[in-house]
Design a protein around this ligand. Sequence first.
Ligand code: GLN
Ligand code: ZN
Length: 758
Amino acid sequence: MVRSSVLGYPRIGEDREWKKALEGFWSGKFEEAEFHRQLQEIRLNHLRKQQEKGIDLIAVNDFSYYDHVLDTATMFGIIPKRFSYKGGVVPLSIYYGIARGTKDATASEMTKWFNTNYHYIVPELSEASPVLTENKPLLAYREAKEKLGVEGKPVIVGPLTFLKLSKGYSLSETDTWLSRLLPLYVQVLQELAAEGVQWVQIDEPILVTKLSAADLQRLKSIYETFAASVPNLNIMLQTYFESIENYSDIVALPVKGIGLDLVQGLSGNISSLKTLGFPEDKVLGAGVIDGRGIWKAELGEKRVLLEELAEFVTAERIIVQSSCSLLHVPVTTKHETKLVNELKDALAFADEKLDELVLLTKAVSQGGSEITAILEENDHAIEPLKLSGERNRSDIQNAVFAISAQNPERSHPFSERHLAQQNKWQLPILPTTTIGSFPQSPEVRKARQQWRKGEWNSEQYAAFIREQIDIWIKLQEEIGLDVLVHGEFERTDMVEFFGEKLAGFAFTQNGWVQSYGSRCVKPPVIFGDVAFKGAMTVEETKYAQSRTERPVKGMLTGPITILNWSFVREDITREQIAYQLAYALRHEVEALEQAGIGMIQVDEPAVREGLPLKEEEHEKYLAWAVKAFRMATCTVQETTQIHTHMCYCEFHDMINSIEEMDADVISIETSRSHGELIHSFELNTYKLGIGLGVYDIHSPRIPYVEEMTSMIERALRVLDPKLFWINPDCGLKTRGLKETVDSLRNMVEATQIARAKY
Ligand code: GLN
Ligand code: ZN
């Protein structure tokens, strides 16, 4: 019998009840006992749903109070000293302290979970003395069994992945750490085996990256240890997000099952299967239902794929799975009432994917005309979207085809543009500016609400926005900034704002996914050809410029950032979508220029987020990302100054690509990794205008003048003062008014001190 399996289910709940519970508890709305009760209810609901749909192997311990990597760390007592942990079960105050910080101790770092938009808490090994504080997978297993009669499949982050994602140790200490952790893992597994657990899913997504010979050796010893300690426990060694490297080594490990991603990792994994076969003593976890994308699967094709697999693996050794945890997709399409039918009919979120898994499993294990008819009906539902006018705009496709055949290039090289711009703008040395947004005060948010609810008409709202612009243009002049911005008061979110004004986008009502902790995002859906419909930012920018003699910088979100922060169609490549976005944005850039705006910033904070997991694919991705940016910005006059902005650190390995974007000025977040970035500029001789953020906007603390002067001085030891700009790290929309003004005043003062020396 072929079985179905889910690798993990979203935590947040249909109505984000998980988020509400967490935030309610944090704000003291209810006591801990009530909080546990609420989370248990949510957790059991999720299991019940999967049980009722008929999933055979349901993951338990996928649920979390915040993040599953943090759960693993606290389970092993890996708690930074600053939280004064006294042993025993880790109290929630410490658990949430590590995640969010306390008044006495800073939070642990948070970073991206592979190439997803989920962020985990980075375990800090340095000061830890690992012990098993509580067998969480066991508790989850018992709960599911006792409350629902579910024979759960405990899931746990594997040792190699856990070590690789942790920090606070040097390479030479890896084996020492492994030898500390391994006995704890063994204890967890032995207790599970003693309880009668049948399957355990050990997640090792790190296996899709290149491993050193030493790591392969470690992998081998980890799974040999497990095989020796729990010989009767079925271990599913689960990988996802790409195809596995080192296929032969991995499938030879002494585990019962190997889980492969047959969506993102399809071509690599299939070719390994075909050329190298699959061991006869193992079960294949065939991840054929996309755990990352929001689209319905073409079940007919998936069935064919599964039948092909039967050439390598006999049917009873196949488990039909999601390609990864469903954590990365929204919960259900059920409550989407506002989408056009052709779109809604083509979507499958987590719950709909459960149905797909069950259907597909039935189709391959039983077959029959009834099930075939259901599969066909499913595949039919996708047709109208494929054929829709919005997906097939020849005007857009032809235009984008034509411009993508050219090399997008400014009319003059930077050296000439720089002189022309210098002449035109007459800016002082070390010009000062900001990144775009100013504080979104409660007033601003309230105004937007009133307008959205229809209590205010558009003119009232527009008048309010103009007032805000007036206030901030005055403030910026008073503070003494050289290049001003309008403040982005009309925008909630830098992607949604543009998506709402472009063709090809749709917005769900409830398509939330967890980004980190209780924070959820609702990415727009790019379902059709993207097209410019009319000016998006000209009115506010032009208004701002009319209120001042100083230059006002227009503010747009770039093609790659819009792409990487949206759910996108899959019938054309991401590269194609990026070019469509670039073409649309080019219209906006030109409209701004025509309206007299001579400086235009096109933000690309999310370029890095699109980097493929496989290193050998980085270059190709970066090449089209750079091309898309240039496509959007290359048609302006030489005197028009193109700015860009990037944040979320770690750009040091991308400086060449950043340079190729050919923006006249780039501002980069650096206050959190200043030294490192400066160092990479030393090696690179960056030749365009650049502002390295001189203070961290993520903190409410007002930076001292001296801190910023020393930062400027350090940067100027490496970078040309004639090309250097002074600005904060990122946009200021989350900050308060007073701290923003005070910080910027100090920044201008620091600049004046620095200018005196050049
Ligand atoms: N212009 C945007 C702002 O200032 C940039 C935001 C970002 O980099 N994330 O808010
Ligand atoms: Zn930023």
